[in-house]
Ligand binder design. Sequence first.
Ligand code: SF4
Length: 765
Amino acid sequence: GPQPGVPVTIKKNICTHCSVGCTVTAEVQNGVWTGQEPSWNSPINRGTHCAKGAAIRELVHGPRRLKYPLKLVDGEWQRLSWEQAIDEIGDKMLEIREKAGADSMYILGSAKFTNEGAYLLRKFGAFWGTNSVDHQARICHSTTVAGVANTWGYGAQTNSYNDIRNAKTMIIMGGNPAEAHPISMQHVLAGKEVNRANLIVIDPRFTRTAAHATEYVRLRAGTDIPVIWGMLWHIFQNGWEDKEFIRTRVYGMDEVRKEVEKWTPEEVERVSGVPGEQLKRVAYLFSHEKPSTLIWCMGATQHTVGTANVRAYCTLVLATGNIGKPGTGANIFRGHTNVQGATDLGLDVTSLPLYYGLTEGGWKHWSRVWEVEYEWLQSRFDEVPAIAGRKARSRKENMETPGITSTRWFDAVNLPADEIDQTAPLRGMLVMGHGGNTVTRIPEMLKAVEKLELLVVADPHATTFGALKNRRNGTYLLPIATSLECDGSRTASNRSLQWGEKIVEPAFESRNDYDVIYDFAAKLGFADQMFKNIGRENGHVLAEDVLREINRGGFSTGYCGQSPERLKAHMRNQHKFDLVTLRAPKDDPEVGGDYYGLPWPCWGTPEMKHPGSAILYRTDIPVWEGGGTFRARFGVERNGETLLAEDSYNVDSDLTDGYPEMTFGILKKLGWDRDLRPEELATILRVGGDKPDSVSWATDLSGGIQRVCMDHGVMFYGNAKARAVAWNLPDPVPVHREPIYTSRPDLVAQYPTRPDERQFRMPNV
Ligand code: SF4
């Protein structure tokens, strides 16, 4: 704790444990982080932290930090210097490039990065010559981005956490913010208790969030689409839709109306278990007691039909005209602290930073910003020869071809070259901040990692990704600074950016992502080009310069106005922003009229002082003046064909879904049919060893399996039973294999909000 008499310096940074973006106020004495408070001035957390945020100092000072670079030599870890590590790894990367091409290195980044770290890693991939750069969003909200973007335009939350207070009706579907995003819950509860709003929680489980609901709707797991169509059935039958809004701004609602006619109350109850009367009540509230907002999280997205779920949600919002105004829209709670920013800045195999496509135009845009010749960038990519059924690709075609996703990379190691259609066989992997404990539990991944010639894991902690028993050589662990030990910006779920200042110097020998990426670029021979406009001071890359470069290239999404100076001014003046609107008074000389964090789109140059956009899409002005128009969509589009709702409910995979698809594949390989037994789940959970060794493991792997189970009506508690079987826990909990079709209180009582300790006891944690 703080030492009396020693001067205290206050530093502000952002909690890294979820996407709410709470400000941490750190007390530093003699360069040591001695104390911590939640920021009283932050309009987001207002003097509160959840338990995760309150323990954030542990991330930096916890006992499991990697202290210095290590490499595996004949099965033994040996210490080495940073210079030696960069040198050896760089030589090996060049050797792999020479032998098999640039696409033979796979790059995994992280939603824990700052915006600047994410951007630099994507840029590093481009200068190295590959599009195979991905991160965790692939397995969490990629379906949200796809579903929302092609309905409304931007793949992001439309309003802000604080704005939820303005709603009169809130539906939370597939989310449990009371436990996953706890500080957001203060805004939800303010809506309920101060604004007297209806809080409707639709979930197969009676969660802690459901415990606060004014109406709890229990649906059969995996039946989100029928439930939404059922609500729309009531809305259309009774004429409760917003006719004027639909007439003037929405395309495609007639097709939806036709589709919805099939989803009569009886049919919806048969499929989902939700009684018609209850659904009618919920539909009435959502369409009458407005403004209404729909909140979702990964309970909606991590399905084999995640994108179709998201499109159905968007369609309900459009049918009731709940968009573009305070208290409305889609409040999509994302996962890690910077999953929005890492996605925006291009840690994605299908795009360049800020959603520029892998097209000639996209590459030319960034080559202008980076001040390198487009032809030079093109020369970094390889020509791909024709092998067996695969067509040859020129450098240009290769540059415009998506890389391999983080849920498929192991195919590129395990399959023969002629069976890989996206990229070259992988021989090396650079994993920065990705965690990756899953890798040790999935046979294909495990086999693939063992085959890699080079595996570099750069992380603040020693993850199991780097510590595999069958690897003997060619593995490096590099200690990396946490984002609390870095300067830089992060983008919360509500699209607003916050500048975090380095609280303390990186612990032990760890170094920040920017400097490590710089050193690799220098060793590989392209630092001068890559860092042409990005300065260094005392040997460290300037995060501010990285953001300025992002501003220069960020026209597509409105990342142009959030200069480091403006963001720092916001942190200094947090107390001036209104808690509900997130806006500062117009007459304030430093932050006059801005929305807190300059949520994107923030157009123009920083000097033009665009205030940011707290609410996406304008529906208060006519279309001809720039007001929003939207597309109601349903089903899944595949090979140019639109599959209708009932098909999309049954298809086994959506194009953008990653994790469930992969898990589903594994389950099928193990001979699984739809009648999944807990013992079979236990077999899968046992993969890689009998003793699960981390919380991440349980979350990552069981998350994927859980979603597949949910899609097929095996309840969450079946999974708990499977864990119990896998870990030989005594007296495993009873399994409720029958979907629960009702919200009767006597049944609810059987499913406590906090299952007893035995169910969730995890050895070695
Ligand atoms: Fe951190 Fe999220 Fe908790 Fe806020 S709500 S303290 S950002 S984990």
